[in-house]
Design a protein around this ligand. Structure first.
Ligand code: PEP
Ligand code: MN
Length: 412
Protein backbone atom coordinates (compact mmCIF):
# COMPACT_ATOMS: atom_id res chain seq x y z
CA UNK A 1 0.00 0.00 0.00
CA UNK A 2 1.03 3.55 -0.66
CA UNK A 3 0.38 6.52 1.58
CA UNK A 4 -1.78 8.90 -0.38
CA UNK A 5 -0.90 10.99 -2.40
CA UNK A 6 1.57 8.28 -3.37
CA UNK A 7 5.23 8.23 -2.57
CA UNK A 8 7.24 5.01 -2.68
CA UNK A 9 5.14 2.43 -4.50
CA UNK A 10 3.65 4.88 -6.97
CA UNK A 11 7.00 6.32 -8.00
CA UNK A 12 8.69 2.91 -8.11
CA UNK A 13 5.73 1.10 -9.64
CA UNK A 14 4.46 0.59 -13.18
CA UNK A 15 3.83 3.58 -15.43
CA UNK A 16 0.05 3.49 -14.99
CA UNK A 17 0.50 3.91 -11.25
CA UNK A 18 1.44 7.53 -11.87
CA UNK A 19 -1.74 8.32 -13.76
CA UNK A 20 -3.91 6.44 -11.26
CA UNK A 21 -2.27 8.40 -8.55
CA UNK A 22 -2.75 11.69 -10.40
CA UNK A 23 -6.39 10.95 -11.14
CA UNK A 24 -7.12 10.02 -7.54
CA UNK A 25 -5.21 13.03 -6.27
CA UNK A 26 -7.30 15.27 -8.49
CA UNK A 27 -10.57 13.66 -7.40
CA UNK A 28 -9.58 13.88 -3.74
CA UNK A 29 -8.53 17.52 -4.11
CA UNK A 30 -11.86 18.27 -5.80
CA UNK A 31 -13.74 16.49 -3.02
CA UNK A 32 -11.86 18.36 -0.32
CA UNK A 33 -12.39 21.70 -2.09
CA UNK A 34 -16.14 21.37 -1.54
CA UNK A 35 -17.74 23.11 1.43
CA UNK A 36 -17.10 21.13 4.62
CA UNK A 37 -19.33 21.66 7.64
CA UNK A 38 -18.15 21.40 11.25
CA UNK A 39 -14.43 21.95 10.60
CA UNK A 40 -12.27 23.85 13.11
CA UNK A 41 -10.63 27.09 12.18
CA UNK A 42 -6.98 26.37 13.07
CA UNK A 43 -5.42 29.57 14.45
CA UNK A 44 -2.13 28.84 12.66
CA UNK A 45 -2.79 27.13 9.29
CA UNK A 46 0.92 26.54 8.69
CA UNK A 47 1.26 24.54 11.88
CA UNK A 48 -1.83 22.57 10.86
CA UNK A 49 -0.25 21.78 7.45
CA UNK A 50 2.93 20.58 9.14
CA UNK A 51 0.88 18.28 11.37
CA UNK A 52 -1.05 16.90 8.38
CA UNK A 53 2.24 16.14 6.64
CA UNK A 54 3.48 14.24 9.70
CA UNK A 55 0.19 12.33 9.93
CA UNK A 56 0.61 11.21 6.33
CA UNK A 57 3.73 9.32 7.33
CA UNK A 58 2.15 7.48 10.25
CA UNK A 59 1.47 3.76 9.91
CA UNK A 60 -2.17 2.73 9.29
CA UNK A 61 -4.12 1.58 12.31
CA UNK A 62 -6.20 -1.10 10.58
CA UNK A 63 -5.25 -3.61 7.90
CA UNK A 64 -7.02 -3.68 4.50
CA UNK A 65 -7.80 -7.39 4.76
CA UNK A 66 -9.68 -6.75 8.03
CA UNK A 67 -11.70 -4.02 6.32
CA UNK A 68 -12.43 -6.32 3.39
CA UNK A 69 -13.62 -9.02 5.81
CA UNK A 70 -15.99 -6.54 7.44
CA UNK A 71 -17.37 -5.60 4.01
CA UNK A 72 -18.22 -9.27 3.44
CA UNK A 73 -19.92 -9.50 6.82
CA UNK A 74 -21.93 -6.36 6.10
CA UNK A 75 -23.03 -7.89 2.80
CA UNK A 76 -24.48 -10.77 4.82
CA UNK A 77 -26.31 -8.25 7.05
CA UNK A 78 -27.71 -6.51 3.96
CA UNK A 79 -28.95 -9.89 2.67
CA UNK A 80 -30.77 -10.46 5.95
CA UNK A 81 -28.47 -13.22 7.19
CA UNK A 82 -26.85 -11.40 10.12
CA UNK A 83 -27.39 -8.52 12.55
CA UNK A 84 -25.11 -5.51 13.09
CA UNK A 85 -24.36 -4.29 16.61
CA UNK A 86 -22.37 -1.06 16.72
CA UNK A 87 -21.70 0.87 19.91
CA UNK A 88 -19.42 2.67 22.30
CA UNK A 89 -18.77 6.12 23.70
CA UNK A 90 -20.28 9.20 22.11
CA UNK A 91 -16.88 10.86 22.40
CA UNK A 92 -13.73 8.99 23.31
CA UNK A 93 -11.27 11.03 25.35
CA UNK A 94 -7.50 10.82 25.67
CA UNK A 95 -7.71 10.47 29.44
CA UNK A 96 -10.09 7.51 29.20
CA UNK A 97 -7.98 5.71 26.65
CA UNK A 98 -7.11 3.06 29.20
CA UNK A 99 -7.24 -0.68 29.11
CA UNK A 100 -9.85 -0.64 31.91
CA UNK A 101 -12.21 1.57 29.94
CA UNK A 102 -11.73 -0.22 26.62
CA UNK A 103 -12.20 -3.60 28.30
CA UNK A 104 -15.44 -2.42 29.95
CA UNK A 105 -16.84 -1.15 26.63
CA UNK A 106 -15.78 -4.22 24.66
CA UNK A 107 -17.22 -6.45 27.38
CA UNK A 108 -20.65 -4.81 27.27
CA UNK A 109 -20.69 -5.01 23.47
CA UNK A 110 -19.87 -8.70 23.51
CA UNK A 111 -22.44 -9.37 26.25
CA UNK A 112 -25.06 -7.60 24.13
CA UNK A 113 -23.98 -9.67 21.13
CA UNK A 114 -24.28 -12.87 23.17
CA UNK A 115 -27.81 -11.95 24.27
CA UNK A 116 -28.75 -11.32 20.65
CA UNK A 117 -27.22 -14.46 19.14
CA UNK A 118 -28.27 -16.85 21.85
CA UNK A 119 -31.88 -15.70 21.64
CA UNK A 120 -32.09 -15.60 17.86
CA UNK A 121 -29.39 -17.87 16.42
CA UNK A 122 -28.59 -15.02 14.04
CA UNK A 123 -24.85 -14.19 13.71
CA UNK A 124 -24.00 -10.78 15.11
CA UNK A 125 -21.42 -8.51 13.47
CA UNK A 126 -19.89 -6.27 16.13
CA UNK A 127 -18.36 -2.86 15.44
CA UNK A 128 -16.97 -0.73 18.27
CA UNK A 129 -17.10 3.06 18.29
CA UNK A 130 -13.50 3.05 19.42
CA UNK A 131 -9.85 3.82 18.62
CA UNK A 132 -10.56 7.11 16.86
CA UNK A 133 -13.97 8.47 17.93
CA UNK A 134 -12.43 11.81 18.92
CA UNK A 135 -14.20 14.44 16.77
CA UNK A 136 -17.68 15.77 17.55
CA UNK A 137 -20.14 17.72 15.42
CA UNK A 138 -21.92 20.36 17.47
CA UNK A 139 -25.22 22.16 17.00
CA UNK A 140 -23.95 25.48 18.42
CA UNK A 141 -20.62 27.28 18.04
CA UNK A 142 -20.51 28.59 21.61
CA UNK A 143 -21.54 26.95 24.88
CA UNK A 144 -23.76 28.35 27.64
CA UNK A 145 -20.91 30.43 29.05
CA UNK A 146 -20.07 31.94 25.67
CA UNK A 147 -16.89 29.91 25.11
CA UNK A 148 -16.22 28.09 21.82
CA UNK A 149 -17.82 24.64 22.11
CA UNK A 150 -15.88 21.48 22.81
CA UNK A 151 -15.40 19.69 19.47
CA UNK A 152 -13.76 16.51 20.69
CA UNK A 153 -10.29 15.80 22.08
CA UNK A 154 -8.82 15.76 18.57
CA UNK A 155 -9.58 19.51 18.28
CA UNK A 156 -9.81 21.15 21.71
CA UNK A 157 -10.36 20.40 25.39
CA UNK A 158 -13.47 20.17 27.58
CA UNK A 159 -11.79 22.53 30.06
CA UNK A 160 -13.84 25.76 30.10
CA UNK A 161 -11.15 28.34 29.30
CA UNK A 162 -10.60 30.30 26.07
CA UNK A 163 -7.11 28.79 25.62
CA UNK A 164 -8.25 25.21 26.14
CA UNK A 165 -11.11 25.67 23.69
CA UNK A 166 -8.89 27.08 20.93
CA UNK A 167 -8.44 24.42 18.21
CA UNK A 168 -4.94 22.94 18.44
CA UNK A 169 -3.73 20.93 15.41
CA UNK A 170 -1.11 19.19 17.57
CA UNK A 171 -4.03 17.29 19.07
CA UNK A 172 -4.42 15.40 15.79
CA UNK A 173 -1.02 13.79 16.43
CA UNK A 174 -2.05 12.86 19.97
CA UNK A 175 -5.32 11.43 18.64
CA UNK A 176 -3.48 9.33 16.08
CA UNK A 177 -1.12 7.97 18.76
CA UNK A 178 -4.04 7.24 21.11
CA UNK A 179 -5.99 5.54 18.33
CA UNK A 180 -3.03 3.31 17.52
CA UNK A 181 -2.58 2.43 21.21
CA UNK A 182 -6.28 1.74 21.56
CA UNK A 183 -6.22 -0.52 18.51
CA UNK A 184 -3.28 -2.46 19.97
CA UNK A 185 -5.23 -2.91 23.20
CA UNK A 186 -8.37 -3.94 21.29
CA UNK A 187 -6.39 -6.54 19.35
CA UNK A 188 -4.92 -7.92 22.60
CA UNK A 189 -8.27 -7.99 24.39
CA UNK A 190 -10.16 -9.45 21.44
CA UNK A 191 -7.39 -11.73 20.14
CA UNK A 192 -7.63 -10.26 16.66
CA UNK A 193 -11.40 -10.25 16.07
CA UNK A 194 -12.29 -6.56 16.29
CA UNK A 195 -13.72 -3.95 14.04
CA UNK A 196 -13.49 -0.40 14.84
CA UNK A 197 -15.31 2.69 13.62
CA UNK A 198 -15.63 6.43 14.08
CA UNK A 199 -17.39 9.41 12.51
CA UNK A 200 -15.48 10.65 9.46
CA UNK A 201 -15.71 14.28 10.53
CA UNK A 202 -12.36 16.05 10.74
CA UNK A 203 -11.18 16.06 7.15
CA UNK A 204 -7.61 17.26 7.82
CA UNK A 205 -7.16 14.13 9.89
CA UNK A 206 -9.10 11.75 7.67
CA UNK A 207 -7.37 12.71 4.44
CA UNK A 208 -3.97 12.00 5.97
CA UNK A 209 -5.09 8.46 6.77
CA UNK A 210 -5.93 7.48 3.16
CA UNK A 211 -3.94 4.85 1.28
CA UNK A 212 -3.87 3.65 -2.32
CA UNK A 213 -2.49 0.36 -3.57
CA UNK A 214 -1.71 2.00 -6.92
CA UNK A 215 -2.00 -1.18 -8.93
CA UNK A 216 -4.66 -0.52 -11.54
CA UNK A 217 -7.25 1.82 -12.97
CA UNK A 218 -9.87 0.52 -10.54
CA UNK A 219 -7.78 1.63 -7.58
CA UNK A 220 -9.77 3.13 -4.73
CA UNK A 221 -8.54 4.83 -1.63
CA UNK A 222 -8.81 3.03 1.67
CA UNK A 223 -8.77 4.62 5.08
CA UNK A 224 -6.21 3.09 7.40
CA UNK A 225 -7.83 4.85 10.37
CA UNK A 226 -10.84 2.57 10.91
CA UNK A 227 -12.60 -0.39 9.33
CA UNK A 228 -15.93 1.46 9.12
CA UNK A 229 -16.52 5.22 8.86
CA UNK A 230 -19.77 7.08 9.03
CA UNK A 231 -21.01 10.49 7.95
CA UNK A 232 -23.00 12.32 10.59
CA UNK A 233 -26.36 14.05 10.38
CA UNK A 234 -24.70 17.49 10.33
CA UNK A 235 -22.17 16.81 7.57
CA UNK A 236 -24.21 14.90 4.99
CA UNK A 237 -24.74 17.83 2.56
CA UNK A 238 -25.02 16.36 -0.95
CA UNK A 239 -22.70 19.00 -2.41
CA UNK A 240 -20.34 18.87 0.58
CA UNK A 241 -16.89 17.45 1.12
CA UNK A 242 -17.80 14.55 3.43
CA UNK A 243 -20.04 12.77 0.94
CA UNK A 244 -17.55 13.46 -1.87
CA UNK A 245 -14.64 11.98 0.12
CA UNK A 246 -16.71 8.97 1.16
CA UNK A 247 -17.44 8.26 -2.52
CA UNK A 248 -13.72 7.77 -3.11
CA UNK A 249 -12.98 5.29 -0.36
CA UNK A 250 -13.37 1.55 -0.32
CA UNK A 251 -14.21 1.13 3.38
CA UNK A 252 -17.83 0.36 4.19
CA UNK A 253 -19.65 3.64 4.89
CA UNK A 254 -22.44 4.62 7.23
CA UNK A 255 -24.73 7.59 6.75
CA UNK A 256 -26.90 9.05 9.48
CA UNK A 257 -30.40 10.01 8.36
CA UNK A 258 -32.46 12.39 10.47
CA UNK A 259 -36.18 13.20 10.09
CA UNK A 260 -35.68 15.89 7.44
CA UNK A 261 -34.48 13.34 4.86
CA UNK A 262 -36.95 12.75 2.04
CA UNK A 263 -37.21 9.41 0.20
CA UNK A 264 -35.86 11.15 -2.93
CA UNK A 265 -32.82 12.43 -1.06
CA UNK A 266 -32.20 8.99 0.44
CA UNK A 267 -32.07 7.53 -3.07
CA UNK A 268 -29.63 10.23 -4.18
CA UNK A 269 -27.33 9.29 -1.31
CA UNK A 270 -27.57 5.62 -2.16
CA UNK A 271 -26.73 6.24 -5.80
CA UNK A 272 -23.74 8.39 -4.87
CA UNK A 273 -22.36 6.18 -2.13
CA UNK A 274 -23.20 2.74 -3.56
CA UNK A 275 -22.78 3.28 -7.33
CA UNK A 276 -22.00 -0.38 -8.06
CA UNK A 277 -24.93 -1.81 -6.05
CA UNK A 278 -22.68 -3.67 -3.63
CA UNK A 279 -24.70 -5.30 -0.84
CA UNK A 280 -23.65 -3.84 2.51
CA UNK A 281 -21.38 -1.14 1.06
CA UNK A 282 -23.70 1.46 2.59
CA UNK A 283 -25.33 1.40 6.00
CA UNK A 284 -28.23 3.81 6.38
CA UNK A 285 -28.52 4.77 10.03
CA UNK A 286 -31.94 6.18 10.80
CA UNK A 287 -32.12 8.45 13.88
CA UNK A 288 -35.59 9.87 13.60
CA UNK A 289 -36.73 10.15 17.21
CA UNK A 290 -39.29 7.82 18.75
CA UNK A 291 -42.25 9.99 17.85
CA UNK A 292 -41.36 10.26 14.14
CA UNK A 293 -39.81 6.94 13.13
CA UNK A 294 -43.11 5.22 12.27
CA UNK A 295 -44.13 8.06 9.93
CA UNK A 296 -40.86 9.15 8.37
CA UNK A 297 -38.98 5.89 7.83
CA UNK A 298 -41.43 3.78 5.74
CA UNK A 299 -41.36 5.83 2.50
CA UNK A 300 -37.55 6.06 2.74
CA UNK A 301 -37.18 2.28 3.09
CA UNK A 302 -39.69 1.69 0.30
CA UNK A 303 -38.01 4.02 -2.18
CA UNK A 304 -34.46 2.81 -1.45
CA UNK A 305 -35.57 -0.82 -1.70
CA UNK A 306 -37.26 -0.10 -5.04
CA UNK A 307 -33.99 1.41 -6.29
CA UNK A 308 -32.46 -2.07 -6.10
CA UNK A 309 -29.62 -1.17 -3.73
CA UNK A 310 -29.07 -3.59 -0.84
CA UNK A 311 -28.17 -1.40 2.11
CA UNK A 312 -27.86 -2.26 5.78
CA UNK A 313 -30.75 -0.67 7.66
CA UNK A 314 -29.51 0.32 11.09
CA UNK A 315 -31.33 2.16 13.86
CA UNK A 316 -29.61 4.74 16.06
CA UNK A 317 -32.27 5.14 18.76
CA UNK A 318 -30.17 7.65 20.72
CA UNK A 319 -29.66 10.87 18.76
CA UNK A 320 -33.29 11.64 17.96
CA UNK A 321 -34.22 11.30 21.63
CA UNK A 322 -31.88 13.69 23.41
CA UNK A 323 -33.29 16.22 25.85
CA UNK A 324 -32.33 18.47 28.73
CA UNK A 325 -33.28 17.34 32.24
CA UNK A 326 -34.83 19.84 34.64
CA UNK A 327 -31.53 19.84 36.58
CA UNK A 328 -29.53 20.76 33.47
CA UNK A 329 -28.15 17.48 32.12
CA UNK A 330 -28.23 16.38 28.49
CA UNK A 331 -29.99 13.05 28.77
CA UNK A 332 -32.16 10.39 27.11
CA UNK A 333 -34.91 8.20 28.50
CA UNK A 334 -34.62 4.46 28.00
CA UNK A 335 -38.36 4.35 27.25
CA UNK A 336 -37.85 6.63 24.24
CA UNK A 337 -34.83 4.67 23.05
CA UNK A 338 -36.78 1.43 23.26
CA UNK A 339 -39.82 2.98 21.56
CA UNK A 340 -37.73 4.13 18.59
CA UNK A 341 -36.32 0.60 18.27
CA UNK A 342 -39.82 -0.87 18.42
CA UNK A 343 -40.92 1.58 15.70
CA UNK A 344 -37.92 0.69 13.54
CA UNK A 345 -38.76 -3.02 13.78
CA UNK A 346 -42.46 -2.34 13.09
CA UNK A 347 -41.57 -0.41 9.94
CA UNK A 348 -39.30 -3.15 8.60
CA UNK A 349 -41.68 -5.95 9.54
CA UNK A 350 -44.46 -4.07 7.76
CA UNK A 351 -42.42 -3.72 4.57
CA UNK A 352 -40.79 -7.15 4.64
CA UNK A 353 -37.28 -5.63 4.84
CA UNK A 354 -34.51 -6.63 7.21
CA UNK A 355 -34.06 -4.55 10.39
CA UNK A 356 -30.32 -5.00 10.03
CA UNK A 357 -28.82 -3.53 13.15
CA UNK A 358 -28.51 -1.00 15.91
CA UNK A 359 -26.04 1.82 16.58
CA UNK A 360 -25.94 2.82 20.24
CA UNK A 361 -24.00 4.97 22.69
CA UNK A 362 -23.12 2.64 25.54
CA UNK A 363 -20.41 2.08 28.12
CA UNK A 364 -19.68 -0.89 30.34
CA UNK A 365 -19.15 1.51 33.22
CA UNK A 366 -21.74 2.24 35.87
CA UNK A 367 -22.55 5.77 34.76
CA UNK A 368 -25.76 7.72 35.40
CA UNK A 369 -26.33 9.53 32.13
CA UNK A 370 -29.57 8.10 30.69
CA UNK A 371 -32.88 7.96 32.55
CA UNK A 372 -35.01 4.90 33.24
CA UNK A 373 -34.31 1.22 32.89
CA UNK A 374 -34.91 -1.43 35.54
CA UNK A 375 -32.86 0.47 38.13
CA UNK A 376 -35.12 3.47 37.55
CA UNK A 377 -32.40 6.12 37.11
CA UNK A 378 -34.15 9.42 37.81
CA UNK A 379 -33.17 13.03 37.15
CA UNK A 380 -31.89 13.42 40.71
CA UNK A 381 -29.51 10.46 40.11
CA UNK A 382 -27.84 12.02 37.06
CA UNK A 383 -25.19 14.08 38.91
CA UNK A 384 -23.81 11.03 40.76
CA UNK A 385 -21.81 9.54 37.88
CA UNK A 386 -22.44 11.73 34.82
CA UNK A 387 -19.07 11.35 33.07
CA UNK A 388 -19.56 11.62 29.32
CA UNK A 389 -17.59 14.26 27.42
CA UNK A 390 -20.53 14.72 25.05
CA UNK A 391 -23.78 12.70 24.76
CA UNK A 392 -25.31 10.47 27.47
CA UNK A 393 -24.56 6.72 27.22
CA UNK A 394 -26.54 3.74 28.41
CA UNK A 395 -24.75 2.08 31.34
CA UNK A 396 -24.05 -1.66 31.51
CA UNK A 397 -27.45 -2.61 32.98
CA UNK A 398 -29.41 -0.40 30.61
CA UNK A 399 -27.41 -1.76 27.64
CA UNK A 400 -28.18 -5.38 28.54
CA UNK A 401 -31.86 -4.58 29.00
CA UNK A 402 -31.82 -3.00 25.57
CA UNK A 403 -30.15 -6.08 24.06
CA UNK A 404 -32.82 -8.32 25.62
CA UNK A 405 -35.52 -6.08 24.20
CA UNK A 406 -33.97 -6.18 20.71
CA UNK A 407 -33.60 -9.98 20.96
CA UNK A 408 -37.32 -10.15 21.64
CA UNK A 409 -38.08 -7.90 18.67
CA UNK A 410 -35.92 -10.11 16.47
CA UNK A 411 -37.73 -13.27 17.50
CA UNK A 412 -41.31 -12.03 17.22
C1 PEP B 1 -23.00 10.65 17.01
O1 PEP B 1 -23.17 9.51 16.52
O2 PEP B 1 -22.35 10.86 18.06
C2 PEP B 1 -23.66 11.80 16.36
C3 PEP B 1 -23.23 13.04 16.52
O3 PEP B 1 -24.74 11.45 15.64
P1 PEP B 1 -25.63 12.30 14.61
O4 PEP B 1 -24.68 12.71 13.52
O5 PEP B 1 -26.63 11.29 14.16
O6 PEP B 1 -26.22 13.45 15.35
MN1 MN C 1 -23.40 11.27 20.21
Amino acid sequence: MTPFPGRSAASAGPAHAHSVDRLLTRRLDEALARPAAQQPCWPDPERASAVIERLRHAEPIVAPDETARLSEQLASVARGEAFLLQGGDCAETFVDNTETHLRANLRILSQMATVLTSATGVPVVEIARMAGQYAKPRSAVVDASGLPVYRGDIINSTEPTPTARTPDPQRMLRARAHAADAMDMVRRIRAGAAHISHEMLLLDYERAGLWADACGPGTRLTSGLAHFLWIGERTRQLDGAHVAVAELIANPIGLKLGPSVTPELAVEYVERLDPHCTPGRLTLVSRMGHHLVRDVLPPIVEKVTASGHQVVWQCDPMHGNTRQSANGFKTRHVDHVVDELAGFFEVHRGLGTHPGGIHVEVTGEDVTECLGGASGTAERDLPARYRTACDPRLNADQSLELARFVAELLTT
